[in-house]
Design a protein around this ligand. Sequence first.
Ligand code: SF4
Ligand code: SF4
Ligand code: SF4
Ligand code: FES
Length: 589
Amino acid sequence: MSLVNIKIEGVPYQVEAGLTILEAAKACGYEIPSLCAFNHGECNQGSCRVCLVEATGARGLVASCVYPVNEGMEIRISTPKATDARRRSVELLLSNHNQNCQQCDKNGKCELLHVAYLTGAREGAFAGVHSETYLDEITPALVRDTSKCILCGRCIARCSNAHGLGILGYENRGFRTFVSPAQNRSFSNSPCIQCGQCVNVCPTGALMEHSEIGKIDAALKAGKHVVIQAAPAVRAALGEEFGYPIGTPVTGKMIAAMRRLGFERVYDVNFGADLTIMEEGTELLHRLTEGGVLPMITSCSPGWVNYAEYNYGDLLPHLSSCKSPHQMQGAVIKSYWAEQQGYKPEDVYVVSVMPCIAKKFERQREQLKVNGIDDVDAVITTRELARMIKRSGIIFNRLPDEDWDTDIMGDYSGAGVIFGVTGGVMEAALRTVYFKLTGKEKDRITFEEVRGHDAGIREASIDINGTVVNVAIASGMKSAKVLLDEIREGTSKYQFIEIMGCPGGCINGGGQPYVRPCFLPNEDDNILDTYKEKRAKALYSEDERQVVRQSHNNPQIIELYDKYLGEPNSHKAHELLHTTYAAREGFND
Ligand code: SF4
Ligand code: SF4
Ligand code: SF4
Ligand code: FES
């Protein structure tokens, strides 16, 4: 690594050559306000001008997010010229911004307000005409409000980087510019997979999840039997909303909070994950031994299912017919559990807490209904659960650790826990498939070959008593496309593929807490590189703590089959736990 000598505010430093001024200043302990720049150049179009500084060798002020350091450079961040320019840049953004912060769900996490604070910018400094704005709240998952968009381009970059999709782009020119799917269509009239990765990087309230908190409030008030279930990845990230370091599992406090919010039962979706493995593992074995369609591809990520339906309609028979874990569990709550309680299914209201925005879309799919009734009635994200807790006055950090309700869906295995990590569904399934093929448990229970936390493809060959199963794992649609094209071309060598919509899996879902270095002074400078790994560790450590680590050994799963479902893939299981898919057009007009 070559170094260059620079000075910041007259103080000498040595920094890595090739860094931008913004990165070099950060490494030396200075925070220059910035807005459009994000994640090591993932987005750095130098458009917002919030990061202007003075630097020798440059004419006038330079955008520190794109201008590189060079030998002998002297950088001035706090001269009157630089601070005035940065303040004016933010005031210009505010002059064309719908600042209804009280009604904005981004309040408290808004980077525009943060840079306004840092620069001393005031609303109204440049009063003038506002550009025409659009509100798209048609989809069940996403809301796009261009009145809050600062045209930073982060969403455009993320959609392309994660998925190669390019759903979002700039429309029009100059003052009339806005960001939207092609020709200002709604998200619902585009091949957007509703993953919410763009929401995760938006610095303002311009892109948000479609909140379902109001519906849950109404169900609780109406006296319904409201049951809540939380996905594995939620516990690994919820603590971040309450000041815990990234990667701190807060399972016990989360359960205590959900109970205090008034839910009749608090269940772990890990039970549903174990059920998924029973069904999916059996389906894979049938396909392997009876000549079914291979490779079989997992189906628990609704972002991925959307992508498949839009882009690979010819490959839909490769998808497992299993519903995702929270849908399976919702179906069991409204049948098995409701019967045990003496409740009618229509009086039971199921809420899922998910790391995922696409689950809001998934729960409304017609193909998932059982006798015309939805498995799940509302989906909230990890962020929305945090909002419900905060507004209820509960002091999360002072809550005792409590345990899940255990009446009929309280047991879960370590296999269910790791569903939240890319490679986790594959590993959980292999533990059960190994047992089914050999009649004995594997000595070394983990399959390290399939672990990882980044997007990209991982592959392994697993020898199970002479039967070699070639597996591959992909997260993010850019990686998935490579595997799917191989299947289409007839060159795929795999029998089983796990695909997750979001890069890194559910721990990095579109509904997880925002990771913003500017709001995380106690985290490492490289937190954007490490947060997925830290959240994944929280789940792997919970797996290691479980006594039961294979889905087929979960006693309440065994009981559910004995008393209600019969056996995996039975007629009853198919009625409740399996689904179908259909190719769709991305644009409907
Ligand atoms: S995006 Fe930020 S500044 Fe705009 S309304 Fe929301 S909280 Fe306020
Ligand atoms: S939700 Fe996902 S697919 Fe849709 S625009 Fe955002 S990043 Fe792209
Ligand atoms: S929608 Fe958000 S991320 Fe996209 S350009 Fe606007 S402010 Fe930036
Ligand atoms: S952060 Fe540098 S121009 Fe926007």
